[in-house]
Design a protein around this ligand. Structure first.
Ligand SMILES: [Zn+2]
Length: 284
Protein backbone atom coordinates (compact mmCIF):
# COMPACT_ATOMS: atom_id res chain seq x y z
CA UNK A 1 0.00 0.00 0.00
CA UNK A 2 1.28 3.48 -0.84
CA UNK A 3 2.07 5.70 2.11
CA UNK A 4 0.02 8.88 2.12
CA UNK A 5 2.88 10.72 3.76
CA UNK A 6 5.20 10.19 0.85
CA UNK A 7 4.98 12.16 -2.37
CA UNK A 8 4.97 10.15 -5.60
CA UNK A 9 8.01 10.39 -7.88
CA UNK A 10 9.41 8.57 -10.90
CA UNK A 11 12.19 5.99 -10.79
CA UNK A 12 14.05 4.91 -13.94
CA UNK A 13 17.00 2.67 -14.74
CA UNK A 14 18.96 2.52 -17.99
CA UNK A 15 19.75 -1.16 -18.44
CA UNK A 16 22.96 -1.73 -20.37
CA UNK A 17 26.32 -3.40 -19.87
CA UNK A 18 29.14 -1.79 -17.89
CA UNK A 19 31.13 -0.73 -20.97
CA UNK A 20 28.38 1.31 -22.67
CA UNK A 21 29.81 4.83 -22.83
CA UNK A 22 29.99 7.47 -25.55
CA UNK A 23 32.80 9.80 -24.41
CA UNK A 24 34.66 11.65 -27.20
CA UNK A 25 37.69 9.61 -28.29
CA UNK A 26 36.56 6.51 -26.39
CA UNK A 27 36.42 3.44 -28.62
CA UNK A 28 33.99 0.75 -27.59
CA UNK A 29 36.09 -2.33 -28.19
CA UNK A 30 34.70 -4.40 -25.35
CA UNK A 31 31.51 -5.57 -27.00
CA UNK A 32 32.42 -9.22 -26.69
CA UNK A 33 32.96 -8.95 -22.98
CA UNK A 34 30.32 -10.40 -20.76
CA UNK A 35 28.83 -8.35 -17.97
CA UNK A 36 29.09 -10.89 -15.18
CA UNK A 37 27.39 -8.59 -12.68
CA UNK A 38 24.43 -7.39 -14.74
CA UNK A 39 21.83 -9.99 -13.77
CA UNK A 40 22.91 -9.80 -10.13
CA UNK A 41 22.69 -5.99 -10.14
CA UNK A 42 19.23 -6.09 -11.71
CA UNK A 43 18.12 -8.64 -9.08
CA UNK A 44 19.45 -6.32 -6.39
CA UNK A 45 17.49 -3.38 -7.82
CA UNK A 46 14.34 -5.50 -8.07
CA UNK A 47 14.68 -6.62 -4.45
CA UNK A 48 15.22 -3.05 -3.33
CA UNK A 49 12.11 -1.90 -5.20
CA UNK A 50 10.10 -4.77 -3.75
CA UNK A 51 11.27 -3.96 -0.22
CA UNK A 52 10.18 -0.32 -0.57
CA UNK A 53 7.03 -1.04 -2.61
CA UNK A 54 8.43 0.98 -5.47
CA UNK A 55 7.87 0.52 -9.19
CA UNK A 56 10.24 1.73 -11.90
CA UNK A 57 10.67 2.15 -15.64
CA UNK A 58 13.57 0.14 -17.04
CA UNK A 59 14.91 1.59 -20.32
CA UNK A 60 16.56 -1.49 -21.79
CA UNK A 61 19.18 -1.57 -24.54
CA UNK A 62 18.31 -3.93 -27.43
CA UNK A 63 21.72 -5.65 -27.48
CA UNK A 64 21.48 -6.24 -23.72
CA UNK A 65 17.98 -7.74 -23.96
CA UNK A 66 19.24 -9.97 -26.79
CA UNK A 67 22.23 -11.18 -24.80
CA UNK A 68 20.34 -11.68 -21.53
CA UNK A 69 16.87 -12.87 -22.61
CA UNK A 70 15.76 -13.59 -19.04
CA UNK A 71 16.07 -9.92 -17.96
CA UNK A 72 12.95 -8.42 -19.56
CA UNK A 73 10.58 -11.20 -18.36
CA UNK A 74 12.15 -11.02 -14.87
CA UNK A 75 11.67 -7.23 -14.63
CA UNK A 76 8.17 -7.37 -16.15
CA UNK A 77 7.08 -10.14 -13.75
CA UNK A 78 7.75 -7.80 -10.82
CA UNK A 79 5.30 -5.24 -12.19
CA UNK A 80 7.82 -2.74 -13.59
CA UNK A 81 7.65 -1.00 -16.94
CA UNK A 82 9.81 -2.11 -19.87
CA UNK A 83 10.87 0.80 -22.10
CA UNK A 84 13.43 1.25 -24.89
CA UNK A 85 17.02 2.56 -24.74
CA UNK A 86 17.77 1.94 -28.46
CA UNK A 87 19.58 -1.06 -29.92
CA UNK A 88 23.30 -0.25 -30.08
CA UNK A 89 23.83 2.70 -27.70
CA UNK A 90 24.92 5.01 -30.52
CA UNK A 91 24.76 8.79 -30.14
CA UNK A 92 21.55 9.64 -31.98
CA UNK A 93 22.76 13.11 -33.06
CA UNK A 94 25.41 11.28 -35.11
CA UNK A 95 22.87 9.04 -36.89
CA UNK A 96 20.75 9.80 -39.95
CA UNK A 97 16.96 9.60 -39.42
CA UNK A 98 16.99 6.33 -41.40
CA UNK A 99 19.76 4.84 -39.27
CA UNK A 100 17.97 5.86 -36.08
CA UNK A 101 14.66 4.37 -37.24
CA UNK A 102 16.23 1.02 -38.05
CA UNK A 103 18.05 0.96 -34.66
CA UNK A 104 14.75 1.81 -32.91
CA UNK A 105 12.67 -0.78 -34.78
CA UNK A 106 15.24 -3.48 -34.06
CA UNK A 107 15.20 -2.70 -30.33
CA UNK A 108 11.39 -2.44 -30.14
CA UNK A 109 10.93 -5.79 -31.85
CA UNK A 110 13.15 -7.58 -29.33
CA UNK A 111 11.69 -5.81 -26.29
CA UNK A 112 8.05 -6.20 -27.35
CA UNK A 113 8.56 -9.91 -28.07
CA UNK A 114 10.18 -10.46 -24.69
CA UNK A 115 7.75 -8.26 -22.73
CA UNK A 116 4.64 -9.43 -24.58
CA UNK A 117 3.29 -5.90 -24.73
CA UNK A 118 3.60 -2.62 -26.60
CA UNK A 119 6.60 -0.49 -25.56
CA UNK A 120 5.54 3.16 -25.15
CA UNK A 121 8.65 4.92 -23.80
CA UNK A 122 12.12 5.79 -25.10
CA UNK A 123 15.34 7.23 -23.67
CA UNK A 124 18.26 8.12 -25.95
CA UNK A 125 21.71 6.70 -25.18
CA UNK A 126 23.74 9.41 -23.37
CA UNK A 127 20.86 11.94 -23.75
CA UNK A 128 22.02 12.41 -27.37
CA UNK A 129 19.06 14.53 -28.52
CA UNK A 130 18.66 18.24 -29.25
CA UNK A 131 15.23 19.84 -29.33
CA UNK A 132 15.68 20.91 -32.98
CA UNK A 133 15.93 17.22 -34.05
CA UNK A 134 12.24 17.17 -35.02
CA UNK A 135 12.76 14.01 -37.11
CA UNK A 136 13.64 12.11 -33.91
CA UNK A 137 10.35 12.98 -32.20
CA UNK A 138 8.40 12.25 -35.40
CA UNK A 139 9.98 8.81 -35.77
CA UNK A 140 9.14 7.95 -32.16
CA UNK A 141 5.51 8.94 -32.69
CA UNK A 142 5.28 7.07 -36.00
CA UNK A 143 6.51 3.95 -34.21
CA UNK A 144 3.83 4.15 -31.53
CA UNK A 145 5.89 5.64 -28.71
CA UNK A 146 3.86 7.76 -26.29
CA UNK A 147 6.63 9.44 -24.30
CA UNK A 148 10.33 10.22 -24.51
CA UNK A 149 12.86 11.00 -21.76
CA UNK A 150 15.94 12.13 -23.69
CA UNK A 151 16.25 15.93 -23.59
CA UNK A 152 18.79 17.00 -20.98
CA UNK A 153 18.05 20.58 -19.90
CA UNK A 154 21.71 21.57 -19.24
CA UNK A 155 24.50 21.89 -21.80
CA UNK A 156 27.44 19.55 -21.05
CA UNK A 157 30.47 18.54 -23.16
CA UNK A 158 28.64 15.43 -24.40
CA UNK A 159 24.93 16.19 -24.35
CA UNK A 160 22.10 18.52 -23.41
CA UNK A 161 21.30 22.09 -24.31
CA UNK A 162 20.15 25.35 -22.80
CA UNK A 163 16.56 26.48 -23.13
CA UNK A 164 14.89 23.07 -22.70
CA UNK A 165 11.82 23.21 -20.45
CA UNK A 166 12.83 20.94 -17.54
CA UNK A 167 9.18 20.16 -16.71
CA UNK A 168 7.19 17.41 -18.45
CA UNK A 169 5.90 18.92 -21.72
CA UNK A 170 4.54 17.89 -25.10
CA UNK A 171 6.52 17.90 -28.35
CA UNK A 172 3.87 17.27 -30.98
CA UNK A 173 1.87 14.36 -29.61
CA UNK A 174 4.77 13.00 -27.59
CA UNK A 175 5.18 13.60 -23.85
CA UNK A 176 8.77 14.70 -23.15
CA UNK A 177 10.17 14.00 -19.68
CA UNK A 178 13.55 15.65 -19.08
CA UNK A 179 15.60 14.54 -16.06
CA UNK A 180 15.00 16.75 -13.02
CA UNK A 181 16.88 19.95 -12.22
CA UNK A 182 16.67 22.39 -9.33
CA UNK A 183 16.45 26.00 -10.40
CA UNK A 184 18.24 28.76 -8.47
CA UNK A 185 17.37 32.08 -10.17
CA UNK A 186 18.92 31.57 -13.65
CA UNK A 187 20.92 28.50 -12.69
CA UNK A 188 19.64 24.98 -13.32
CA UNK A 189 21.38 22.14 -11.50
CA UNK A 190 20.77 18.47 -12.32
CA UNK A 191 20.67 16.28 -9.22
CA UNK A 192 18.47 13.28 -9.76
CA UNK A 193 20.65 10.73 -11.53
CA UNK A 194 23.98 9.47 -12.84
CA UNK A 195 27.05 11.57 -12.00
CA UNK A 196 24.99 14.31 -10.33
CA UNK A 197 23.26 11.83 -8.03
CA UNK A 198 26.61 10.22 -7.14
CA UNK A 199 28.42 13.52 -6.63
CA UNK A 200 25.88 15.47 -4.58
CA UNK A 201 25.27 14.91 -0.87
CA UNK A 202 22.00 13.14 -0.07
CA UNK A 203 20.45 16.11 1.75
CA UNK A 204 20.67 18.21 -1.42
CA UNK A 205 19.06 15.48 -3.53
CA UNK A 206 16.28 15.19 -0.96
CA UNK A 207 15.84 18.96 -0.90
CA UNK A 208 15.67 19.03 -4.72
CA UNK A 209 12.91 16.42 -4.78
CA UNK A 210 10.96 18.16 -2.03
CA UNK A 211 11.15 21.44 -3.95
CA UNK A 212 9.80 19.79 -7.13
CA UNK A 213 7.03 18.07 -5.18
CA UNK A 214 6.04 21.39 -3.59
CA UNK A 215 5.61 22.68 -7.15
CA UNK A 216 3.47 19.57 -7.88
CA UNK A 217 6.13 18.07 -10.15
CA UNK A 218 7.58 14.55 -9.88
CA UNK A 219 11.34 14.06 -9.64
CA UNK A 220 12.65 11.80 -12.41
CA UNK A 221 15.45 9.73 -10.92
CA UNK A 222 17.76 7.76 -13.24
CA UNK A 223 20.56 5.29 -12.54
CA UNK A 224 22.44 2.48 -14.29
CA UNK A 225 22.96 -1.02 -12.82
CA UNK A 226 26.76 -0.45 -12.76
CA UNK A 227 26.28 2.63 -10.56
CA UNK A 228 25.19 0.56 -7.58
CA UNK A 229 28.12 -1.84 -8.00
CA UNK A 230 31.62 -0.67 -6.99
CA UNK A 231 32.98 -4.10 -8.06
CA UNK A 232 31.91 -3.56 -11.68
CA UNK A 233 34.91 -3.67 -14.09
CA UNK A 234 36.48 -0.31 -14.94
CA UNK A 235 36.86 1.19 -18.41
CA UNK A 236 40.17 2.71 -19.47
CA UNK A 237 39.25 6.39 -19.69
CA UNK A 238 41.05 9.71 -19.58
CA UNK A 239 40.78 11.77 -16.40
CA UNK A 240 37.58 13.75 -17.03
CA UNK A 241 35.37 10.89 -18.31
CA UNK A 242 36.80 8.61 -15.60
CA UNK A 243 35.78 11.10 -12.93
CA UNK A 244 32.29 11.47 -14.44
CA UNK A 245 31.84 7.72 -14.89
CA UNK A 246 32.98 6.52 -11.47
CA UNK A 247 32.89 9.35 -8.91
CA UNK A 248 30.80 8.52 -5.85
CA UNK A 249 30.00 4.96 -6.92
CA UNK A 250 30.62 3.52 -3.45
CA UNK A 251 27.80 5.55 -1.89
CA UNK A 252 25.22 5.41 -4.69
CA UNK A 253 23.40 2.32 -3.41
CA UNK A 254 23.08 3.77 0.11
CA UNK A 255 21.71 7.00 -1.35
CA UNK A 256 19.21 5.09 -3.46
CA UNK A 257 18.06 3.15 -0.39
CA UNK A 258 17.56 6.41 1.50
CA UNK A 259 15.62 7.86 -1.40
CA UNK A 260 13.29 4.85 -1.56
CA UNK A 261 12.81 5.16 2.18
CA UNK A 262 11.95 8.87 2.05
CA UNK A 263 9.82 9.05 -1.11
CA UNK A 264 7.36 6.85 -2.98
CA UNK A 265 8.35 5.90 -6.53
CA UNK A 266 6.53 4.52 -9.51
CA UNK A 267 7.09 3.92 -13.24
CA UNK A 268 6.40 6.53 -15.93
CA UNK A 269 3.59 4.34 -17.32
CA UNK A 270 1.84 4.25 -13.96
CA UNK A 271 2.55 7.85 -12.95
CA UNK A 272 0.86 9.23 -16.08
CA UNK A 273 -1.85 6.58 -16.22
CA UNK A 274 -0.61 4.94 -19.42
CA UNK A 275 -1.33 1.55 -17.87
CA UNK A 276 -4.26 0.81 -20.13
CA UNK A 277 -2.43 1.49 -23.35
CA UNK A 278 -2.94 -1.30 -25.83
CA UNK A 279 -1.37 -1.75 -29.23
CA UNK A 280 -3.75 -0.84 -32.03
CA UNK A 281 -6.43 0.48 -29.74
CA UNK A 282 -4.62 3.39 -28.11
CA UNK A 283 -5.93 4.32 -24.69
CA UNK A 284 -9.09 2.76 -23.40
ZN1 LIG B 1 22.77 4.27 -21.68
Amino acid sequence: MLSRNKKLNILTFDVEEWYQANYPGFEKNSENLEDKNLEENISRLLELCHHHQAKATFFILGTTAERYPSLVPMIKAKGHEIACHGYRHDLIYNLSPKEFESDLKRALKILENQAGEKIIGFRAPSWSIRKDMSWFFQILEENGLVYDSSLFPIKTFLYGEKGVDPRPHFIGGLLELPPSVITFSLLKIPFSGGFYFRALPYFLIKKGIKKLNQDSLPAIVYLHPREIDPSSPHLTLTLKPRFIHYFGIKKALTKLQALLQDFQFTSIRDYFGFSHFDKGNGFH
